[in-house]
Design a protein around this ligand. Structure first.
Ligand code: NAG
Ligand code: NAG
Ligand code: NAG
Ligand code: NAG
Ligand code: NAG
Ligand code: NAG
Length: 435
């Protein structure tokens, strides 16, 4: 097995060197960049990032993977294949080398980096072996973020490629996620992707887990993840790794970092996700108390901000008060407060999340009101129940056209509030390559 593994590494290393060679001749880059797409064809809106994977013919092909800042590891549609040159890899499939059940990573992922909280997952076993390989593969549980159901995936040695950027344009070069370190991801069959949006073939983990993508990037790229979600499925948002600068048109000389306020990113128990502290919620000068020692989680899978019932009731009460002039209509699930929306749209007071040190994350109308039908618009916050684990879970509708910078080295979150107030949006990165 070791000889085969070595051969495989040489093949991959050769590909890496080729890319490296191109890189050294082109202009310097400060980040790697990837487009973000909003998908509205599943049960809830979801957002994917486009990465390049190497297919059976060593060609780079685009793959859309769901952005999950909480997932313990990456998984996508591929096949584990022990044949070094993947000569038997079926056409249009991504093949990769398996991790065996005897390797360290197998036990590590199963015990420390699994989707272990999910009660529908059964303990993994070593039953499956690959024809002619003679070793057992390493099946690991994955949880479908749309259906919540658990299925088995095979742990592999993977390869992901991203495009370099100077912060203004996409580059012409490719950056391999690994240089000597091959990300361990997992391969799933199509059946694990039921209820996924069309064109999305897996989950990209951006969490603090040791098997999420940031760990595999080189410094300083790995220190900073920036996300900017688009507000509709025709616009392209943008993801960066790298400390910046970042530019969005039409302000071609304003670094987006100048719009950001910063707040500490917190850890919560043994979760791989990202948390912040919210002290109170203020609507038109009145404060709704958020009890001390509660947690606020950031989620790229939950579509709307979820508030524990005590906080939710306070927000609804105050928001109803300050929007008395608007005509309310029967609420449309999952929302609790809806308005008759005129053709010109509503304008409502801001909802401010007050963070430590007086920092303020302002949620203005585009991020607080969701147009549900032509006639109905709702306050885009949902009741998480009286005993929800987290007092607040900030969801994706509140991220759209907001710039978020996760500084993973210093554990701080930079946030812009709505970019529309700065006359730009997440759809304004110039993806045209500068030649
Ligand atoms: C799988 O096999 C490896 C190597 O023989 C062993 O260390 C590990 O405990 C086994 N795991 C399970 C779940 O059977
Ligand atoms: C899937 O991708 C193809 C090619 O990129 C595109 O033409 C099609 O519109 C996409 N479908 C959806 C539902 O996004
Ligand atoms: C999608 O969003 C972009 C950027 O905000 C905007 O220019 C465009 O008009 C939107 N398209 C639709 C169909 O709403
Ligand atoms: C909050 O947590 C701190 C530290 O864990 C503890 O000292 C304090 O008593 C807690 N406060 C409340 C209101 O639970
Ligand atoms: C982390 O903080 C240090 C010291 O303030 C700073 O030099 C460094 O650039 C920061 N890291 C990132 C990724 O911003
Ligand atoms: C996008 O970048 C390309 C390449 O630098 C440039 O030619 C083009 O003018 C830019 N687009 C806009 C709208 O500025």
């Amino acid at each position: 097995m070791y000889v085969l593994l070595q051969l495989f590494f040489i093949v991959i290393a050769f590909i890496s060197l080729e890319h490296e060679a191109i890189t050294t001749h082109a202009q310097p880059y400060t980040s790697v960049v990837a487009p973000i797409t909003k998908h509205t064809d599943a049960a809830k809106p979801l957002y994917s990032v486009q990465v390049l994977s190497t297919d059976a013919n060593n060609q780079l092909s685009n793959e859309n993977l769901l952005i999950d800042i909480d997932a313990p590891f990456i998984w996508h549609k591929c096949i584990v294949h022990f044949d070094t040159y993947f000569t038997h890899c079926p056409p249009n499939e991504i093949c990769s080398y398996p991790v065996s059940c005897e390797e360290y990573q197998c036990t590590d992922v199963r015990t420390l980096y699994s989707y272990k909280k999910n009660p529908s997952c059964k303990p993994e076993t070593n039953s499956s072996t690959l024809p002619y390989w003679g070793y057992c593969t390493c099946p690991v549980n994955v949880v479908n973020p749309v259906t919540g159901s658990c299925s088995l995936a095979d742990l592999n040695y993977d390869a992901f490629t991203l495009i370099t950027s100077d912060g203004r344009n996409a580059g012409v070069d490719y950056f391999n996620s690994h240089y000597g370190v091959y990300p361990n991801a997992a391969c799933v069959p199509s059946s694990s992707l039921v209820s996924f949006p069309a064109n999305v073939s897996g989950v990209m983990a951006f969490s603090t887990s040791h098997y999420a993508l940031p760990i595999y990037l080189l410094s300083p790229l790995k220190n900073t993840l920036a996300l900017c979600f688009p507000s509709n499925s025709t616009a392209r948002g943008v993801l960066f790794f790298g400390t910046g600068p970042y530019y969005l048109l039409p302000q071609s000389n304003v670094d987006v970092r100048s719009y950001l306020s910063y707040t500490p990113l917190l850890k919560y128990q043994n979760s791989f996700g990202y948390f912040i502290s919210v002290n109170s919620i203020v609507i038109k000068k009145r404060s709704i108390n958020v009890p001390a020692n509660t947690t606020t989680k950031l989620s790229t899978i939950d579509p709307y901000t979820t508030l524990r019932t005590d906080i939710y009731n306070g927000v609804i009460k105050r928001f109803s008060m300050v929007t008395k002039r608007l005509r309310t209509v029967k609420p449309v699930a999952p929302f609790g407060l809806c308005f008759s929306a005129s053709t010109t749209g509503l304008k409502v007071p801001d909802i401010d999340f007050i963070l430590p040190d007086g920092k303020k994350w302002t949620i203005s109308t585009t991020n607080s009101i969701k147009q549900v039908t032509n006639e109905v618009a709702c306050l885009a916050f949902v009741d998480g129940g009286a005993t929800s684990e987290h007092a607040i879970v900030i969801g994706t509708f509140q991220f759209e056209d907001n710039f978020l910078e996760f500084d993973l080295q210093n554990s701080t979150l930079g946030f812009s509030s709505s970019l529309l107030l700065k006359k730009t949006s997440c759809a304004n990165f110039n993806f045209t390559s500068k030649l």
